[in-house]
Design a protein around this ligand. Structure first.
Ligand SMILES: Cc1ncc(COP(=O)(O)O)c(C=O)c1O
Length: 424
């Protein structure tokens, strides 16, 4: 009998499977949450939405952003719903459309991932590169961008060229101009470095890459939620980011933006349910559709947890309701307050983050002559002050991130402890 059940069992599910989760949850969708309205609310009120413990001075949002309670509650609500009604799925569609609107791109250009590293790996392995091709990285990479490209380069004998970052955007751009040659195929650089928080002139970098026929892949770990992003305006081919840092979203969630024209170049190496490819194994000849053109969703595969995806939607709403520009202004003003305070410590401090305004955001890195920053970080930990130690590129520095939930008093607390430790 060729009923719906046998059809599903026979592998015809290849096409149908794409829609199964939304179908399974369709009868009992997760109830919608009330509209979030934080426009014009004070920072104190906004902070009250976080469960951050009073005895923690959290200044390491660059590693992980705590979520406001409403995001955590939405995740829990979805988990409960899944297990109470035995339905799964949903959430993905909402997460993608929320992110697309937030980033001002088409929803067809967004794939959901678990972190930045996954997006970078999809890019590093899926682009058509061959022996002798050149890729450009910077001298300030996080392992999540550096290692996948080095791994691909080693496997396929590609040449890696290093862009040494300069203190100003225009000098960095000039350095890149002189590095791009006829064999350069990819420029893979961070939007904001993990080491010093330097904001790179990505719009100009992508425009230069485009003119030279080079693919631009931006490691956007720190972009989403810190900087008011318009990815179309930046003009990158690929932007790999996460929701668990500056967006204050669920942990282990991210996205990969692949511009529509670039989707033909970036092959999906991992495929399966949700990739959108047609296939069959039950006929005379096995079949898989030739065209890998089912939008950025082709980079999805297999069953996923719906709960974090619902959380992404709420995190985007939280940010949008406060306002992207207002958030960035707050982040920058706190960071300026921090910079002024650190400079005043006068203890032979070396500020590693560029001083140029356009090259700075919500991250400041610095170190003190003759002082081991790793030990300094451990001492701060004992006081409940959380910052990051920067070991990358042998910097041995402290990195401090400031986000919308922080207050000047917390920065004062850090400065007070630094002063005390430096005096000992
Ligand atoms: C610049 C940069 N790139 C990539 C990553 C890796 O991010 P994820 O852990 O989401 O893969 C980080 C994480 O801190 C980072 O700072």
């Amino acid at each position: 009998m060729h009923n719906r059940r046998t059809f599903l069992l026979k592998g015809g599910a290849g096409l149908l499977g794409l829609f199964i989760p939304e179908v399974l949850s369709a009868g009992h969708p997760l109830p919608e949450t009330p509209k979030i309205d934080l426009a014009g609310k004070s920072w104190k009120e906004i902070r009250s939405h976080f469960d951050l413990s009073q005895d923690v001075t959290f200044l390491n949002n660059g590693t992980m952003g705590p979520s406001p309670r409403m995001v955590v509650e939405r995740i829990k609500q979805s988990l409960d719903h899944t297990n109470a009604r035995a339905v799964y799925g949903g959430g993905k569609k909402l997460a993608k459309s929320s992110l697309a609107e937030f980033l001002q791109v088409d929803v067809k250009e967004i794939a959901l991932t678990h972190n930045v590293t996954e997006g970078i790996n999809i890019s590093a392995w899926g682009l058509p590169l061959k022996k002798g091709d050149e890729i450009i990285l910077t001298d300030q990479e996080h392992v999540g961008n550096g290692l996948p490209w080095l791994h691909r380069a080693k496997t396929d004998k590609l040449k890696v060229k290093i862009l040494r970052l300069k203190p100003t955007a225009s000098e960095t751009l000039d350095a890149l101009k002189s590095l791009i040659g006829p064999k350069t195929k990819v420029v893979a650089v961070p939007h904001i470095t993990c080491t010093t928080g330097q904001v790179l002139p990505v719009k100009e970098i992508c425009s230069l890459a485009k003119k030279k026929g080079v693919i631009s892949v931006i490691d956007g770990a720190h972009g989403t939620g810190m900087i008011p992003l318009n990815l179309k305006d930046i003009g990158c081919d690929i932007y790999a980011s996460c929701c668990h840092k500056w967006l204050l979203g669920p942990k282990g969630t991210g996205y990969l933006y692949v511009s529509e024209p670039c989707q033909d170049k970036l092959m999906a190496l991992f495929v399966g349910g949700y990739s959108g490819l047609k296939w069959s194994v039950h006929k005379e000849e096995t079949y898989v559709s030739a065209e890998y053109t089912t939008f950025a969703h082709k980079y999805h595969y297999g069953t996923q947890d719906a709960a974090p995806y619902f959380g992404i939607g709420t995190a985007v709403d939280f940010n949008t309701s406060i306002g992207k520009d207002r958030i960035f202004k707050r982040i920058k003003s706190l960071n300026q307050y921090l910079l002024d305070g650190v400079v005043e410590l006068k203890h032979s401090v070396e500020i590693l983050t560029p001083q140029e305004d356009e090259s700075r955001g919500g991250v400041l890195s610095f170190r003190f002559a003759g002082i081991n920053s790793s030990n300094l970080k451990k001492e701060l930990d004992k006081k409940g002050i959380v910052v990051r130690h920067v070991a990358e590129s042998d910097l041995d520095a402290l990195r401090v991130s400031t986000h919308l939930y922080n207050f000047e008093e917390e920065i004062d607390n850090l400065l007070y402890e630094l002063k005390r430790l430096l005096a000992n």
